[in-house]
Design a protein around this ligand. Structure first.
Ligand SMILES: [Cu+2]
Length: 131
């Protein structure tokens, strides 16, 4: 009996984890021969802090772990608001580059991820909508 309860709980947990995982916003863009993938900690970017995990893969699909990654994010000027430009601090854990984007207002933000690797610098551009 107890074993059955445990199995049911385990299944519920796995299903829930699957749903949470599927809700993370993931986007990928080509940058030269590389592909830059950004994974947000939430389904939709929010005003405030957003943790982002960045993965860079080469043309063979191999993870690039010795790149220099730079992330700039900006919102163009709008009535009553000058253009806003920020650079995120990047830290690396294993194969993943981490950044925190502090989005100060709702609306459309441009993200520019620059990857420097093998003496080349390429750039991937993303647009997100903060709610
Ligand atoms: Cu604005």
């Amino acid at each position: 009996m107890r074993k059955r309860v445990f199995v049911v709980l385990a299944v519920v947990f796995l299903l829930t984890a699957g749903v949470v995982y599927a809700k993370e916003l993931k986007m990928a863009k080509k940058a030269g021969e590389y592909t830059v993938q950004m994974k947000f900690d939430k389904a939709s970017p929010v005003v405030g802090d957003n943790s982002v995990q960045i993965e860079v893969t080469d043309s063979m699909g191999r993870l690039v772990t010795d790149a220099k990654v730079k992330l700039d994010y900006s919102m163009p000027a709008m009535p009553g608001m000058p253009a806003m430009n920020y650079t995120a601090d990047i830290s690396q854990t294993g194969e993943v580059y981490n950044a925190v984007l502090n989005l100060s207002m709702a609306g459309s933000w441009n993200i520019d991820v620059k990857v420097k690797h093998d003496k080349k610098t390429v750039s991937a551009k993303f647009t997100i909508d903060a709610k």
